[in-house]
Write a protein that binds this ligand. Structure first.
Ligand SMILES: Nc1ncnc2c1ncn2[C@@H]1O[C@H](COP(=O)(O)OP(=O)(O)OP(=O)(O)O)[C@@H](O)[C@H]1O
Length: 262
């Protein structure tokens, strides 16, 4: 788990802000209480909290897969994200990585990576196919996640960890300005989990983009995050560096039983 923790903050304005964002699902569940929080370039943030705390809801609000019931999501480049066009532009710049990689198993790794380019094509361009430049980009992305030699291998014959790295390469090929990862290591063994988190951390630092990851594992959060946001009952109860994650804070996040804090 070794990496360089220096050089984590920037002077630039936050790339994305939630301003008093509240999420109430149609069945009345208050998943996120009015929340104000922002995210900076080059910072790896881990969302930590017990099951049902609101991690996925917060993460999905950041690319408006979940729409706020009240409050606003503000992008530094686009402004308030409230219209179809601005939301579409924001989503093009925001890559999402899921627990279940959502790859097409019968297709090769490179083909799966190229599919992320579809959002940038017109319908007619898509029929014509991918350019030489896009193929080169896809190979570069696979190289960055250590899978150059698997470019032509069908995804259903890759290991879980390798599939997740193809998912990250696919996210990279989108040339994102922000990466969101929803429990990306939940179904991986420790070695694969660390490799995936190391890859995400390298991308965050090399490309100076925010990477926001929801995790259940406290050890990984402490080892890989610049910043931890602790959630409980749809509220942010901690926001700071891993060094400030005291026993008192952990009790605030997980309750007195420490349940889920693995
Ligand atoms: N689509 C939905 N409709 C209604 N309630 C929902 C919906 N999605 C989530 N919830 C509820 O909102 C609350 C927050 O859920 P969320 O999935 O954000 O938590 P989480 O911290 O990501 O949990 P987990 O770690 O189990 O994934 C929970 O009470 C959950 O049951």
């Amino acid at each position: 788990m070794a990496f360089d923790r220096s050089d984590t903050k920037t002077d630039a304005a936050p790339i994305l802000c939630l301003d008093q964002v509240e999420v109430i699902y149609p069945n009345g569940t208050v998943a996120l209480q009015p929340t104000t929080v922002d995210f900076e370039d080059g910072e790896l943030t881990v969302l930590l909290g017990p099951s049902g705390a609101g991690k996925s809801t917060l993460l999905r609000t950041l690319n408006l897969l979940v729409r706020p019931t009240s409050g606003a999501v503000l992008s530094r480049e686009i402004g308030t994200l409230d219209a179809t066009q601005s939301i579409r532009a924001h989503r093009r710049d925001t890559a999402m990585i899921f627990q279940q990689h959502q790859l097409i198993g019968r297709m090769g790794a490179m083909h799966n990576v190229l599919l992320s380019r579809l959002g940038r094509h017109s319908f007619w361009r898509t029929l014509v196919g991918f350019s030489e430049e896009e193929r080169r980009l896809a190979l570069e992305c696979l190289t960055r996640v250590g899978l150059f030699e698997k470019a032509l291998t069908r995804c259903d014959s890759l290991s879980g960890g390798q599939q997740q790295r193809v998912g990250i390469a696919r996210a990279l090929a989108q040339e994102p300005k922000m990466i969101l990862a929803d429990e990306p290591v939940a179904s991986l063994d420790p070695a694969s989990s660390e490799r995936v988190l190391n890859v995400l951390r390298s991308i965050c630092k090399e490309d100076r983009i925010p990477v926001i990851v929801s995790l259940h594992q406290l050890d990984y959060a402490k080892a890989f995050a610049d910043r931890i946001i602790g959630l409980a009952g749809g509220q942010i109860v901690f926001d700071g560096p891993p060094t400030q994650l005291s026993e008192t804070v952990l009790t605030q996040i997980y309750g007195s039983t420490g349940q889920d804090a693995t």
